[in-house]
Write a protein that binds this ligand. Sequence first.
Ligand code: UT7
Length: 319
Amino acid sequence: MVGKIYGTGSCVPSRVMDNNDMAKIVETSDEWIRERTGIERRHIIEDETTSYMAGQAALRAVEQSGIDPAEIDMVIVATSSSETIFPCAACEVQKTVGAVHAAAYDLNAACTGFVLAFNSAQAYISAGIYRTILVVGAESMSNMIDWTDRGTCILFGDGAGAVLLRAEEGTPVCMAAHSDGIKGEALTQLSRHRKGWEQEENKESCMHMDGQAVFKFAVRKVPEIIEEVLEKADAKLEDIDYFVLHQANRRIIEAVAKRLKTDLAKFPMNLEEYANTSAATVPILLDEINRKGMLQRGQKLMLAGFGAGLTWAACLFEW
Ligand code: UT7
């Protein structure tokens, strides 16, 4: 059995901050941000929370699927920015959608979180343990960043995306995932639940990133893991209809396409509108291309995520 996507959904805050708004906060410019990242705008929470956006994205996915929420066996929310440690965001989503029979838990693997959650859901389905699984990626990155650090604050946005998977007969799903804790210092976010954090300056608790190290890691490891998955699946690059990659930087996606010698048109992007929403980028993009009518049953999709940990993961499946 494989998990087929029956529905997708997304939710982003209505408040938009464009690059000129960012230039009022830190020393930067629309031109620099566009050239170095491809980002034009990002959606930033006001009253919304991570679990609220997760719930709304999930409701839309469930609605599109036509599946009774009582049939959902499991809810997994990939997030590292939930407003509560417990109850987990997945339990909030369970409540919102009325998935009364589901088990629910959160998964934290930063920007790789959604692809790992998707892989986990596929593994449960292929093992025959569960039949219907809701997988969500949701983040409020604006609560984590140091708004005085131009090297990071311009890169991120808030939002959530969701997919509803249902077991069916089909071509096996193929996946891979890796981590490298030794290089973890390249991208860190300390918890505010550590002893003594109250005495620190707020900046200490914010995200720290070695941008160039993460950039180099991504352009090397993403093509590698895509090739690893293709080899496992005995498939070729040409077989893939779309590469749905984590939306961190347009230049990273261009470099991956170039290394794979694959047409950039097969790499849909929406980072100009939402920036990097961490675990939410892949499901928001999936929802967007699905609702635009770009996807047909039988097409082959490759998902790939990468980020803090360091972590990276990929998944090849048929739409
Ligand atoms: O989900 C995974 C999360 N992270 C990523 O994917 C990040 C991956 N890395 C990147 O996307 C890029 O490294 C950045 C966009 C973060 C930075 O781009 P870059 O081309 O690597 O720039 P840089 O860090 O080498 O900085 C170049 C210059 C520096 O000035 P000097 O030293 O040349 O005078 C920076 O101080 O650009 C400066 N700079 C900025 N200037 C205007 C850095 N940030 C900004 C800014 N506006 N926002």
